[in-house]
Design a protein around this ligand. Structure first.
Ligand SMILES: Nc1ncnc2c1ncn2[C@@H]1O[C@H](COP(=O)(O)OP(=O)(O)OP(=O)(O)O)[C@@H](O)[C@H]1O
Ligand SMILES: [Mg+2]
Length: 275
């Protein structure tokens, strides 16, 4: 049993070294390539030959009715769910189907779930510090001294997420929206190339929602972002009348185009917007 655990740990260490030396290649302009991905749950097709490409630095909004497969798509990209068939590439060279969930996170794919998961008892600053040194244990990380560059990066992220005046505040005392921003900040500490955000503004006030849109717009370019949302005002703010959105329905792409175009699309109105 112990030997088995040691062998597993050794295997894991070797695998991590292998991917550490294998950087995703973005030279062809593709951040994420989803090709013909299908997943069934008890015979029900949650994803049905889904095909989608996200460009480097792109901010793509994905909309669609409940049960369309939006969250399942993120589960497949992050390795939480294994597709029955299809291909998933990060950059043009990393086959995500060959990596485990932690390896996918380590290679530069960050994911934000709907419910914020911050360390409530720690300060905002300490949460970011921990995220920066996620490879150490909590105690070891907090006792480990920060370099000037690391401190600088935390200050930069604090400014991005509008929490520079709350740095010493206990995270548990933040508003719901601020906790969401802190969690996004924690993801940013790892400098992910691709960020997946599932309903990031659910439960936020209008003002928090607007600020979140500003935050995402400021991340566009440096990161690729895939944002799933039902809040159309938010999607409108993110797309600025010029970005493409994707409409998912029954596990596939129903329509893709400018928000104004998909809003005028009869099929889209029928299954989603006209409700
Ligand atoms: N682990 C699972 N086991 C069984 N069925 C699942 C599982 N995960 C998802 N499903 C089903 O797959 C379909 C797609 O679900 P998914 O959560 O991806 O939809 P969604 O587009 O994110 O919807 P929403 O807008 O409500 O969040 C749904 O019918 C759901 O019930
Ligand atoms: Mg969902």
């Amino acid at each position: 049993m112990q030997a088995g655990a040691r062998a597993m740990a050794a295997h894991r260490a070797r695998a991590l070294t292998a991917i550490a030396g294998r950087e995703p290649y973005f030279g062809q302009g593709v951040a994420l390539y989803v090709q013909d991905v299908s997943v069934s749950f008890d015979g029900f097709k949650a994803l049905n030959a889904l095909t989608l490409t996200i460009a480097v630095g792109e901010l793509r909004c994905i909309i669609g009715p409940n049960g369309a497969g939006k969250t399942t798509m993120m589960d497949c990209i992050t390795g939480k769910t294994r597709p029955d068939s299809g291909r998933l590439f990060f950059g043009s060279n990393i086959d995500l189907l060959r990596l485990t969930e932690p390896e996918i996170a380590q290679i530069g794919v960050g994911r934000k779930f709907q419910k914020p998961t911050v360390y409530e008892q720690l300060s905002v600053f300490e949460n970011l510090e921990l995220a920066l040194k996620a490879d150490r244990g909590v105690r070891a990380a907090l006792f480990h001294r920060l370099s000037d560059a690391q401190r600088g990066r935390i200050d930069e992220v604090l400014a991005l997420i509008h929490l520079q005046h709350e740095a010493q505040r206990t995270a548990g005392l933040l508003s719901h929206g601020q906790k969401q921003w802190l969690e996004i900040g924690m993801l940013l500490m790892q400098d992910p190339k691709l960020l997946l955000l599932d309903e990031p503004v659910a439960g936020m006030t209008d003002e928090e929602t607007e600020r979140t849109a500003e935050l995402f717009l400021s991340l566009e370019g440096r990161h690729s972002l895939v944002v799933v949302e039902h809040d159309m005002k938010f999607v409108e703010q993110l797309t600025q009348g010029r970005k493409r959105v994707t409409v998912l329905h029954e596990g596939g792409v129903l329509a893709e185009g400018l928000l104004s175009e998909v809003q005028a699309n009869e099929k889209v109105v029928e299954v989603y917007l006209g409700r």
